[in-house]
Design a binder for this molecule. Structure first.
Ligand code: PEP
Length: 229
């Protein structure tokens, strides 16, 4: 079973969510499909058979943290997964590895599986530092215990239309596999579309895909799901 995880970022409304869930209900897939939605779209009925995820969580349990959302609040919305340490949060909200680790730990404590994102910048890649950057991010971002997913997302591949070569993905995910203390699913994210999804999912150690832009519309998301089945 592979993971096919959509990340809607700050996009969508109730109508587009309902329309996507309706389309997903028609798809028969042996894989695990997850839709990571903005906080405002987490409530409401979901009888589509797919899992719902959030895109961030506070590491605090509750209290005076205006604008933040706790893991217990997410749990009440029947959220099963949460993305932590996405490069857009690391860049736009100065999230450090330590913050990511605390968020992942809080999610696990509350029965939510964190999807922990790691990946190098183009400058780091060009300097030949991909392996050391990924190892450091991973070791500092993963919790001590519990179940989680690691998403290898090269920062330069997100939303750019660029993807690493097969060898580059093999090398990165193998590094992650060998650095993790226990076996956890490792997924790839960054400019996945219906034309490259099948090739990427066939790469050794790749247990799934994290999909941003192409997960927003059923005519780009469903072909990816079908291509992988
Ligand atoms: C992402 O933001 O996690 C992502 C993979 O985006 P995209 O597929 O648009 O590159």
């Amino acid at each position: 079973m592979k993971f096919i995880i959509g990340n809607w970022k700050m996009n969508g409304d109730m109508a587009s969510k309902e329309s996507m869930l309706k389309s997903l209900k028609t798809v028969k897939s042996g894989n695990k499909i997850v839709l990571c939605l903005p906080f405002t779209l987490l409530c409401g009925k979901n009888n589509s058979g797919i899992s719902i995820g959030a895109q961030d969580v506070s590491f605090h349990e509750n209290g005076a943290y205006t604008g933040d959302i706790s893991a217990t609040m997410l749990k009440e919305m029947v959220v099963e997964y949460v993305i932590v340490g996405h490069s857009e949060r690391r860049t736009n909200h100065d999230e450090t590895n330590e913050i990511v680790r605390q968020k992942a730990t809080t999610a696990i404590k509350n029965g939510i599986i964190p999807i922990i994102c790691v990946g190098e910048t183009m400058e780091e890649k060009n300097a030949g530092h991909t392996t050391s950057v990924i190892k450091k991010m991973l070791l500092e971002s993963i919790p001590d215990n519990g179940e989680f997913i690691v998403a290898y997302e090269p920062r330069w591949a997100i939303g750019s239309g660029l993807t690493p070569t097969t060898n580059e993905i093999v090398s990165a995910v193998k590094t992650i596999f060998e650095t993790l203390p226990n076996t956890m699913p490792i997924i790839y994210g960054g400019s996945v579309n219906k034309d490259n999804a099948r090739d990427i999912i066939s790469i050794p150690y790749v247990d799934g895909l994290l999909i941003g832009g192409a997960s927003l519309k059923s005519d780009t998301f469903l072909p990816i799901i079908k291509a992988i089945d």
